[in-house]
Design a protein around this ligand. Sequence first.
Ligand SMILES: *Cc1c(COP(=O)(O)O)cnc(C)c1O
Length: 305
Amino acid sequence: MLVPPIGTIQYITHPLLRKKAVDFAVLRLDQIDDEVSGNKFFKLKYNLKAAKESGKKTILTFGGAFSNHIFATASAAHAAGLPSIGVIRGQDADLGNPTLRHAKEMGMVLRLVDRESYRNKDSPEFLDKLKEEFGDFYLIPEGGTNELAIAGTKEILGKETAGFSHICVSIGTGGTFAGLAATIKNHQNLLGFSSLKGDFIYRQISEMLAKYEIKPKGSHAVHAEYHFGGYGKTKPELIGFLQWFHSEFGIPLDPIYTGKLAFALWDLIGKDHFAKQSRILMIHTGGLQGNEGFSEKTGIILPAT
Ligand SMILES: *Cc1c(COP(=O)(O)O)cnc(C)c1O
């Protein structure tokens, strides 16, 4: 795997930001690698190392047909010289979509499973069946969150980000949020925005912080009101915002995570949620590989660069 260059911090300017007297910058983790980009780079880093050291010859993981995690794991395993297996949700998943096509090109063996089996994918019975079929493997959970993933996401923030008052990130499983929570400074506020629908996320995050014994130095909060109908769901208003954001600032966003995050921040800035002189850092966690598949599926063109 490549050594992570620190993501570039890109400041943007706009009359709204001037009017509200806030700074807004984007930490471009989407630019750190073409294939293992965004937060997945950090989440996979120590897992790949552990997989190699474990002596297990294969990596196995789970994901949906358009999953950033599947895309990144296939690439990272390939780069590490490890065979990989992707267990994909839904027997109707399109093996020809850009995400799965790429995974296959990286040598990932793809196994489509019906939704019912997929729901039980963590059960010992299901895992035993996979072991019978594929032999022993190093398991990375769906979404990639485990202790080693969090160890990786603790490396996202550094000296360069210490001056920001607000660190803002999208939430899927919350693994990235947890790593950031462990490393924010006393004066920093961490804001997480769930891309899934439901209040369960508040508890999921507090349980995760407890499980990994993370006691944030600064303050942290989770927002659950910017899911746009749920995971993978979009609305014309969101798509319009992504396209506007790209034309205005030259920064591509994805409709699943980073687009919802940027929309939320822009909305909250407009509503005076942030005090004057706030210095807001939005973490761009990547996910742009999915834009091509999204365009193929919907006919809506979303820039990915
Ligand atoms: C996976 C992913 C997330 C969610 O990360 P978690 O650690 O699961 O919360 C956010 N943004 C992008 C672009 C992702 O691919």
